[in-house]
Write a new protein. Structure first.
Length: 277
């Protein structure tokens, strides 16, 4: 049995198929964890969703910001942005089944000694709090009022965590941290505009994983989301967004018994979009 992590696919189904073929993935034997952003910007989001659904219990996913955006567009709260490629899903005959499956995926998974999220975590949260807060949002996504929940989900405020937050403000901070964060102040204030590499951090900010006193620093966190960061492997971090949709690679990490035994496998990708767009 092999265990794999795969970074942001973003609608690049051909690359995902080649990567699974390269590692000789078998649903009866192996398990893959996809680190969010299955859809959007690439040419074949519906094919990605169908492929992953067909893997059944051998594939587990965390939701990324593009996955949540697809749900919001489908519910009429967002218009597609320039460069979005969601229409294939929205116009598909199996649209309802794909969206229903997507909203039942996780915001955070703790398994095999890893905490898996799409983007990152806030410094004040420990493992138990991350999982509890992710579970709160998952309950809303999977509940009877998805429309009402998505109506209040998006925005950049509040920009920091407080235990006193309730309702939409609380869930918005959780979603922004787990699916959008890159830079943060040591006090836990999120900055949501900068997407460049770590050396372009805004004044007073650090990459979330380098914040002093981060309560999850003793864990290994697996994530995607940050293509300008690329693949970064260290004891507390496995970052695997290698810019597939921009013409980089789609990356898989075969997990070993020890971190030193992990194996990185990559396939080159044709650019679906220009990073400048």
């Amino acid at each position: 049995m092999a265990l794999y992590l795969i970074g942001d696919v973003q609608g690049c189904d051909a690359a995902l198929g080649r990567l699974l073929h390269t590692v000789d993935f078998s649903p009866s034997r192996d398990t893959v964890y996809l680190l969010g952003d299955l859809v959007n910007r690439g040419p074949a989001s519906a094919a990605v969703l169908r492929r992953v659904q067909a893997l059944g219990a051998s594939a587990r996913c965390v939701l990324g910001n593009h996955d949540l955006s697809l749900l919001a567009v489908a519910e009429g709260f967002h218009s597609p942005r320039p460069g979005d490629t969601m229409d294939e899903v929205l116009q598909a005959p199996d649209r309802a089944a794909m969206l229903e499956w997507l909203r039942h995926q996780s915001l955070a998974i703790h398994a095999h000694g890893l905490l898996m999220v799409h983007a990152g975590v806030l410094p004040a949260w420990d493992l138990a709090q991350v999982l509890t807060l992710a579970g709160e949002v998952e309950a809303q996504l999977q509940g009877p009022d998805l429309h009402g929940f998505l109506a209040t989900l998006f925005g950049n405020r509040p920009d920091r965590w407080s235990d006193s937050l309730q309702g939409p403000d609380r869930w918005r901070v959780v979603v922004n941290a787990l699916t959008r964060i890159r830079f943060c102040t040591p006090e836990g204030v999120m900055e949501m505009k900068t997407s460049g590499p770590p050396d372009q951090a805004p004044p007073g900010h650090l990459p979330w994983f380098d914040l002093p006193g981060r309560r999850t620093a003793s864990l290994t966190i697996a994530c995607g989301h940050w293509s300008a960061l690329g693949v970064l492997r260290r004891p507390d971090l496995l970052a695997l967004d290698s810019g597939c949709v921009w013409g980089g690679c789609l990356s898989a990490l075969r997990l070993g018994a020890l971190r030193a035994d992990d194996e990185l496998i990559q396939v080159r990708c044709e650019p679906a979009q220009d990073p400048a767009d």
